[in-house]
Design a protein around this ligand. Structure first.
Ligand SMILES: [Zn+2]
Length: 221
C-alpha cells in the first residue's frame, strides 16, 4: 500500500501536456511523438559523414525539442536519447560488439550559461544509458559564439561555423581504437556536424558518423 501511495505521490506532470504521467512523457504524447518517426532512419547513413536520424523535425517532436531547450526540461532529452538508442540498436548498422564513444555537439559557454545545460548532452546521457557506450561531453569545445542558423543560407552557415569548434586539450582519455559517434539534437544541412568532424579527423580521430534525434529535410551534407 505504501508503495502505491509513494508512486502516486512521485508522479510528475508530463512536460508536454501537464497530465500526470507514468513515464517522463505521458502515453498520449508518446503516441504523438511516434508519428514523427522517420520510416527510413538509415537513409543518410552513407557517404563521408553518415547520419542516423530518429525523426522529422515537425509537429510534436519539434515541440518536444523546443520544450527541452527553451523551457528547461533536460529530462526530455534523456528520454528521447533512449528512443534514439533503441532505434539505432534495432537497425544493426555496426557490429553489436563494437564499443563507441559518444561526443555531443557542444554549446558556446555563453549559451550554456543562459540555458543551464546542453540538450545534446542530455540526449547523450539517455543514449549511453541504453547502449552502454561511453559519453565524452568534454571532448569538443565551441570556441566561437555563432549566430542563430535558421535565417542563414548554406554559404553563410559555413562561414558562421568556420573554426567554431576546437578539440579540448585536456581530453586525453580517448583511445584512438574506439570510434566516435557525434550526437546532436537537430540536423538541418549538416554544416555543424561537418565542421565538428573535420576538427576530430584532423587529429586522426576515427569518426564513424553522427546520430540526431531530428532532421529537417532531405538535403543533409
Ligand atoms: Zn503528455
Amino acid at each position: 500500500m505504501w508503495k502505491s501511495f509513494l508512486n502516486l505521490w512521485l508522479k510528475l506532470p508530463c512536460p508536454l501536456c501537464q497530465r500526470i504521467a507514468e513515464d517522463v512523457i505521458c502515453q498520449y504524447c508518446q503516441r504523438k511523438l511516434e508519428s514523427c518517426r522517420l520510416e527510413n532512419s538509415q537513409e543518410f547513413w552513407q557517404g563521408d559523414l553518415p547520419v542516423f536520424a530518429w525523426g522529422k523535425y515537425q509537429g510534436e517532436l519539434k515541440r518536444a525539442i523546443k520544450t527541452l531547450k527553451y523551457h528547461n526540461h533536460p529530462e526530455i532529452g534523456v528520454f528521447l536519447g533512449k528512443w534514439l538508442a533503441k532505434s539505432w540498436q534495432a537497425h544493426n548498422l555496426i557490429s553489436p560488439h563494437l564499443k563507441l564513444t559518444i561526443v555531443p555537439i557542444p554549446l558556446h559557454k555563453t549559451r550554456f550559461r543562459s540555458r543551464g545545460f546542453n540538450q545534446a548532452v542530455s540526449l547523450g546521457r539517455g543514449f549511453c544509458q541504453e547502449t552502454g557506450y561511453n559519453l565524452e561531453s568534454e571532448a569538443l569545445i565551441r570556441v566561437k559564439a555563432t549566430e542563430a542558423m535558421f535565417a542563414l543560407n548554406p554559404t553563410q552557415r559555413k562561414q558562421n561555423l568556420h573554426d567554431a569548434f576546437a578539440l579540448n586539450q585536456n581530453w586525453q582519455k580517448h583511445s584512438k581504437s574506439t570510434p566516435i559517434l557525434l550526437l546532436d539534437d537537430i540536423c538541418t544541412t549538416g554544416t555543424t556536424l561537418t565542421e565538428a568532424v573535420q576538427i576530430l579527423r584532423r587529429k586522426k580521430i576515427n569518426v564513424l558518423g553522427a546520430v540526431v534525434i531530428a532532421t529537417t529535410n532531405r538535403e543533409q551534407g
